[in-house]
Design a protein around this ligand. Structure first.
Ligand code: NAD
Length: 471
């Protein structure tokens, strides 16, 4: 099928490349000329596994890049809107990009089209998109608006798209639902997985994925509710980790005990420095606003957000109690991206922590496998960038692990130690076993687990945040 995808960001570009791999012809539309030029030169503007391969496979044949929305709409049966929906100052979703695309689509509708919300949007957006398209000249019956939320995670976006846990299609007419079913048929019917050049199957993939057909409003709610629930799991385990620190328990053991209950599950129960990224923080705020407007005060979400912010404050306190004073201290930092496997630094806990540490007078030298360029734009010249984890650790008073990149869990501990001024590691992602770190000569702090050191530490308790849980 001929498809248009509007927005060539983390979602649009991946969706476009994957639709092409499913056999569709795709025009990816963006209004960012720099991005388009880079894509047309064969560059891949984001770091995402398998994306370069897919773009290479289909560039110039099944996938094209353009700034001409009108032509793309005229050529396509379905138009996926995957533009950003950032937060406003009040925490609502800013839908002005979606609105502008809807206006642009309206003027080009010349036969039946399905306009699909791929962006994460509040419930009722489909009604608004429909109104805007009608106001701008399209006729009833010439188009439908559907919601097809995207659940991919950055870092594993391509495999998440091609091996999803489920595909949700929120369509209010049979005609519209049929178009969406046809688009996803290679996945839902399983033919895609039989191809010799299929993108490799990840662990845990359910083949074929179930397709869940709902109303457009339900689909919009499914996305916000899913993200809110996942963020709640993270904040829950972080709250438990704080109690572990106060009583000297080990959150890793507690987590295993909780997570093996199949009703709960262990995924998204990783304690750390809190969630970040371009989705959870903004989607929780937007969901809270939607709930409020509908007359429901969703205070559970306030608490999820409060615990998340508190987690960063607790981490800074941990650094301070490990080093006593912060002014002038040299810190090595591993990780700038908001999670491993991506170069995305939007709402990255690491960047937020670095900014706080700079305000405290620390010097920072950071290493990240993919996010240097974006971090340089955000942090200007306020920190140094290293070429390797060992260079980041060179001469450091302490090393902070802030992103869970796989390579950070496999460091040569002897080499690392030889680089550092003091062998102190403060791990915000619990990548190491405290006993192994102590045996390797480190004083090691992590989240929700007792600190470890070759020398006895001053207190039996994690000597970091005491009993105080609020900033
Ligand atoms: P992004 O900022 O990476 O990409 C958005 C793209 O849209 C940009 O390239 C921008 O230039 C383009 N754009 C903006 N206005 C445009 C217009 N009028 N015409 C054409 N192009 C336009 O954003 P993203 O991370 O891809 O997220 C897009 C949406 O998907 C958001 O609603 C987000 O919440 C949702 N989402 C994101 C993820 C994720 O992991 N990033 C996962 C699921 C859902």
């Amino acid at each position: 099928m001929q498809l248009a995808v509007v927005g060539s960001g983390y979602v649009g570009l991946v969706a476009g490349a994957c639709f092409a791999d499913l056999g569709h012809d795709v025009i990816v539309v963006d209004n960012d000329q720099k991005k388009l030029a880079a894509l047309n030169r064969g560059e891949v503007p984001i770091h995402e596994n398998f994306l370069p391969e897919l773009l290479e496979r289909h560039r110039g044949t099944r996938i094209r890049f353009s700034d001409d929305l009108q032509n793309a709409v005229r050529a396509s049966k379905a138009i996926f809107v995957a533009v950003g929906t950032p937060p406003t100052h009040q925490g609502e979703a800013d839908l002005s990009y979606v609105e502008s695309v809807a206006r642009g689509i309206a003027g080009a509708i010349d036969s039946y089209k399905v306009v699909v919300e791929k962006s994460t949007v509040p419930v009722y957006t489909s009604d608004w998109v429909r109104k805007i398209i009608l106001r701008n000249g399209a006729e009833h019956g010439e188009f439908d608006v559907a919601s097809n939320p995207e659940f991919l995670r950055e870092g594993t976006a391509v495999t998440d798209f091609l091996y999803p846990d489920r595909i949700v299609i929120g369509a209010d007419t049979g005609r519209c639902a049929a178009v969406l079913r046809e688009i996803y048929a290679p996945l839902v019917e399983g033919s895609y997985y039989l191809r010799p050049d299929v993108i490799p199957r990840p662990d845990r993939a359910q083949i074929p994925p179930p397709l869940i057909a709902t109303s457009a409003k339900s689909a919009e709610l499914i996305k916000h509710a899913s993200n809110a629930f996942l963020a709640m799991k993270i904040s829950f385990i972080n709250a438990v980790a704080s109690i572990c620190e106060s009583v000297g328990a080990n959150v890793q053991q507690v987590r295993e005990g909780i997570g093996t209950d199949t009703r709960i599950g262990s995924r998204f129960l990783n304690p750390g420095i809190g969630y970040g990224g371009s989705c959870f923080p903004k989607d929780l705020m937007a969901f809270r606003s939607v709930a409020r407007e509908s007359g429901y005060d969703f205070r559970l979400l306030d608490e999820v957000m409060r615990i998340n912010e508190d987690q960063r404050v607790r981490f800074i306190r941990k650094v301070r109690s490990a080093l006593w004073t912060l002014r002038g201290k040299k810190l090595g930092v591993l990780g700038l991206a908001f999670k491993g496997g991506t170069d995305d630094i939007r709402e990255s806990p690491s960047i937020l922590l670095i900014k706080s540490l700079l305000q405290e007078g620390c010097q920072v030298c950071a290493y990240d496998p993919a996010a240097h360029e974006r971090a340089k734009e955000e942090l200007n010249a306020s920190i140094d960038f290293a070429e390797t984890p060992y260079e980041a650790a060179r001469g450091a008073d302490a090393l902070l692990i802030l992103t869970e990149w796989e390579e950070f869990a496999a460091l040569d501990l002897r080499q690392l130690r030889s680089e550092m001024k003091y062998p102190i590691v403060i791990d915000g992602r619990n990548l190491y076993d405290p006993e192994i770190m102590a045996a390797a000569g480190y004083t090691y702090y992590s989240v929700g687990r007792p600190a470890a050191s070759p020398e006895p530490l001053p207190s039996a308790k994690t000597p970091t945040v005491g009993k105080k849980t609020h900033s």
